[in-house]
Design a protein around this ligand. Structure first.
Ligand SMILES: Cc1cc2nc3c(=O)[nH]c(=O)nc-3n(C[C@H](O)[C@H](O)[C@H](O)COP(=O)(O)OP(=O)(O)OC[C@H]3O[C@@H](n4cnc5c(N)ncnc54)[C@H](O)[C@@H]3O)c2cc1C
Length: 475
């Protein structure tokens, strides 16, 4: 296939979101499926490989290719249609979670599954099969995909539904960009009766209290997520603030209908209407580099009692879901070393023991996460699933620019990974930068890995699609 104005490859620095991994790469930004096909053909001819990349929000090396080629899909970002009767959106792969909700909310719909940042693209959301704060009830992103078009490295554009090709449907979603490039999706959203949510902040005194709250509330709450103070030791180990949010029923919040206006959902650019939030990260950089994160966490935990007293309160969907977008470029606070996120998924029965052990190990090694987030999950039907009937604990850890400290962090994470895998736990590649190839089968089981490898051989026999992650895992 040929196109009139072909985009050009450019030399750029392509890093993971955490800035701790990645490097130089040659980048192409196609605007049509034909241009992707042309790029595939060109790379194949040269005997090389190419990494697919969405918005680059994966923390590690899932969308990087050091000294290689990268296809950046962010220019294919149109919302092609929205059916107000069914709530189904038709989108291109580079359209973001923000593009999706800005379209759907006007018709009284909200995406069923959203990540903690709205910058994520639909292609990246499907390839990683992302989850939200409602994973225990509504499941993963893939469960709300009705169909997708996939351009395979063999050059075919296939339209796939659960019914037409269940095997490819359940492997391409969760398949971290290894089987083809998504070029279009049909995505289901859900009806909402207000532009706002009812929110409770609940103080959890320790890890066990946090886990108990997740179990007690999960049959009734629409969303649950706990912020953890991972600096706390002793009796307060694993303490935090659980946030529960519920949707309003029809007619319960007439005032909230006004908030179906997208501008009233967006995260405001200024703090108190004055200070540009883009200026906040240098202050946070100070906290990280002057060793004040423990103090900041303790103050935040203390403020939780006040929040609990004033609960429930009302928040827009956007404000509740996209807290991390409140501070643009917050990840720069970890410069120059950057950050990694380590997010183990642990079966329920092992949750308390394993998560406690991991927190203690981080504290003993002096690599205390500056942020911890606890969620409840349930299994999903996708081939490369990371989900378990249990918990995940996302730990954001600053990476030192000193080589020895960086090495000791990687060592710590690998030791923690052993504990998680021994307990039947799993890992999520959107957040991974440390796993070894020997872990790949242990995460998914040998049968699932054999199936995935067979599909890779079928749809990508020349191994055109590769990333730093896929090479690290020996996919
Ligand atoms: C602040 C923050 C908060 C987050 N919160 C959450 C959360 O709550 N829940 C959660 O699940 N995740 C969360 N994430 C992780 C994020 O959702 C995933 O990493 C997601 O995959 C990022 O999408 P992306 O568009 O940036 O894709 P990228 O990171 O660019 O790529 C991710 C993967 O998708 C593949 N890919 C991209 N586009 C295509 C395509 N068109 N076709 C085929 N493959 C493709 C890439 O090869 C890569 O393997 C968060 C990330 C950040 C930075």
């Amino acid at each position: 296939m040929t196109t009139m104005t072909a985009p050009a490859w450019r030399d750029e620095k392509v890093l993971g979101f955490g800035m701790a991994v990645g490097g130089p790469a040659s980048v192409l930004r196609p605007t049509t499926a034909e241009q992707i096909a042309d790029a595939f053909a060109e790379v194949k001819k040269s005997g090389g490989s190419v990494a697919l990349r969405g918005a680059g929000c994966s923390y590690g090396d899932a969308a990087t290719a050091v000294n290689g080629k990268v296809l950046d899909l962010t220019r294919m970002n149109r919302v092609l249609g929205f059916d107000p009767l069914t709530g189904v959106a038709t989108v291109e792969p580079g359209a973001t979670v923000r593009d999706l909700w800005r379209t759907s909310i006007q018709f009284g719909y909200w995406p069923k599954v959203v990540s903690g940042t709205m910058a994520v693209s639909m292609g990246g959301a499907a390839a990683m099969n992302i989850h939200g704060k409602n994973n225990y009830t509504l499941g993963s992103f893939g469960e709300c995909v009705r169909s997708f078009d996939l351009l395979t490295p063999r050059g075919e554009l296939v339209h796939v539904t659960r019914e037409s090709d269940p095997e490819l449907f359940h492997a391409a979603i969760s398949g971290f960009g290894m089987l083809g490039c998504f070029t279009r999706f049909e995505i289901e959203t859900k009806r909402v009766h207000s532009g706002r949510l009812k929110v409770w902040g609940i103080v959890a005194d320790d890890l066990e209290h946090n886990l108990r709250l997740l179990e007690e509330l999960r049959s009734e709450a629409d969303y649950l997520v706990s912020w953890l103070d991972l600096h706390a030791k002793g009796k307060g180990l694993g303490r935090g603030i659980m946030h529960r949010a519920d949707q309003f029923h029809s007619g319960e919040d007439p005032e909230g209908l006004r908030f179906c206006e997208p501008a009233l959902q967006d995260v405001p650019p200024n703090l108190f209407g004055v200070v540009p939030k883009g200026w906040l990260w240098p202050g946070m950089w100070g906290a990280v580099h002057l060793g004040q994160v423990g103090l900041v966490n303790a103050l935040k935990f203390k403020a939780g009692s006040k929040e609990q007293r004033h609960s429930p309160y009302i928040q827009s969907h956007g404000a509740f879901h996209f807290l991390l977008d409140y501070v643009p470029r917050w990840q720069w606070m970890t410069k120059p070393g950057g950050l990694i996120q380590f997010q183990p998924f642990v079966p329920k029965a092992e949750g308390a023991r394993v998560l406690r052990t991991l927190i203690e190990k981080c504290q003993a090694a002096g690599h205390v996460p500056y942020l911890g987030v606890l969620k409840r999950h349930r299994p999903d039907p996708f081939l490369m699933s990371y989900a378990v009937d249990g918990y995940s604990m996302a730990m954001d850890i600053a990476v030192s620019s000193r080589k020895s400290r960086r090495a000791s962090l990687w060592q710590l994470c690998r030791e923690m990974a052993e504990i998680v895998l021994d307990a039947g736990g799993r890992f999520y590649y959107a957040k991974d930068a440390v796993l070894l190839d020997s872990s790949f089968e242990r995460v998914h089981g040998s049968e699932a890995v054999a199936k995935f490898r067979a599909l890779k051989q079928k749809w990508d026999p020349d191994r055109l699609l590769q990333t730093d992650l896929s090479r690290r895992l020996g996919v």
